[in-house]
Design a protein around this ligand. Structure first.
Ligand code: NAI
Length: 264
C-alpha cells in the first residue's frame, strides 16, 4: 500500500501496530486524539477526534487501507461510547465511501458475544449477545461495516478481538488470548488476500481452550501459532485456581457481564 491509516495509534494495540506494520505501506498515517510523539520519516501524525466528521474525512483522504483501533475500548457511559464508537464509526465509513473504499481492519470485540457461557462453542454465524454498552456499540460497528460492504463494496475484516496482550493475565485469557505476533500475522493476511468480503473473525491465538470456530475464514490463510496454554502453570502459581462461580469463569465476556450501566 502507499498509505496505511492506523487509528487509535496512541493506544496499546495502536503503538504495537505502529512499530510492527511498517512493511505494509510506504507511509503510515497515525491518528488518535491523544499525543503520539514525533513522526518518523515514514510517518504522518494527525491528531483528531473520531466524532469530528470533517476531521475524519480529511484523515481518510489518500489512504489505501485502514487499521481501525481508535475508540472507547472498555465499558463507559453512553455519551462516551456513542461519540467514539457510534458517531466515530459512521464518520469513518462515510469518509471511506467518499475516498476510494480503502480496505478496513475493524477492531471489534469478544464483548459482542459476551453473554455466551464458556461451555458453549460459537462461530461467525452465531447471533450476537453483547454484554455491555461497549459491546452493543461494537455490534453496531459490525452492522455498519456489513451495510457499507453490501451497498458500496467496502471490504472490512470485523475482528472480534479476545484479549490481545503480551501474555495472558488471568485464567479466562487461556481461552481469549491473542498474541501480538498472531494479530500482526492476521492483519498481513487481511491485506494480502485478493477478495476479503466482510467476514467476522475471532481474534484469538491457537489456544487449547478456545471457544471460537474460525473455519469460515480459512480462505484468509491465517494460522495463529501461539497458545495460551503455555502460561497455565504460571497463572495457577500466581493466582491460584479461579472461582468457578465468578462471571470470569462462567461467561465468555467475563466481568463485563456483571457491570451495571454507568450514568453520564
Ligand atoms: P486503548 O484504549 O489503549 O487505545 C484506544 C485508542 O483510541 C487511544 O489511542 C485513544 O486515544 C483513542 N480514542 C479513544 N476515543 C477516541 C476518539 N473519540 N477519537 C479519537 N481517538 C480516540 O485500546 P487498545 O487496547 O489499544 O484497543 C484498540 C481497539 O481494539 C479498541 O477499539 C478496542 O475496543 C479493541 N479491542 C482491544 C482488545 C485488547 O485486548 N486490547 C480486546 C477487544 C477489543
Amino acid at each position: 500500500m502507499k498509505r496505511l491509516l492506523i487509528t487509535g495509534a496512541a493506544g496499546k494495540l495502536g503503538s504495537m501496530c505502529r512499530q510492527r506494520l511498517t512493511h505494509l505501506a510506504e507511509t503510515m498515517r497515525l491518528s488518535s486524539r491523544s499525543d503520539m510523539g514525533e513522526a518518523a520519516p515514514h510517518e504522518e501524525i494527525v491528531k483528531c477526534d473520531l466524532a469530528d466528521g470533517a476531521a475524519v474525512d480529511a484523515l481518510v483522504d489518500g489512504c489505501d487501507g485502514i487499521v481501525h483501533l481508535g475508540g472507547q475500548a472498555t465499558e463507559s457511559n453512553w455519551e462516551v461510547v456513542r461519540n467514539a464508537n457510534i458517531d466515530g464509526m459512521f464518520n469513518l465509513y462515510e469518509a471511506a465511501r467518499k475516498h476510494g473504499n480503502p480496505r478496513i481492519v475493524y477492531a471489534s470485540t469478544n464483548h459482542t458475544i459476551g453473554f455466551y457461557r464458556q461451555t458453549e462453542r460459537i462461530d461467525a454465524a452465531s447471533p450476537t449477545r453483547p454484554d455491555s454498552l461497549y459491546g452493543v456499540s461494537k455490534v453496531f460497528g459490525e452492522a455498519l461495516a456489513s451495510m457499507y460492504h453490501d451497498k458500496f463494496g467496502i471490504e472490512t475484516a470485523c475482528v472480534r478481538i479476545g484479549s490481545c496482550f503480551p501474555q495472558p493475565t488471568n485464567h479466562r485469557m487461556l481461552s481469549t488470548w491473542m498474541s501480538y505476533d498472531d494479530f500482526v500475522r492476521m492483519i498481513e493476511c487481511i491485506f494480502r488476500v485478493p477478495v476479503l468480503g466482510c467476514p467476522i473473525i475471532y481474534g484469538a491465538s491457537a489456544n487449547d481452550e478456545s471457544w471460537w470456530d474460525n473455519s469460515s475464514v480459512s480462505y484468509l490463510g491465517w494460522h495463529p501459532q501461539d497458545n495460551a496454554e503455555t502460561y497455565r502453570e504460571r497463572l495457577d502459581d500466581e493466582m491460584g485456581k479461579p472461582d468457578p462461580d465468578s462471571p470470569n469463569s462462567r461467561f465468555q465476556g467475563g466481568q463485563f457481564t456483571a457491570a451495571g450501566i454507568q450514568e453520564s
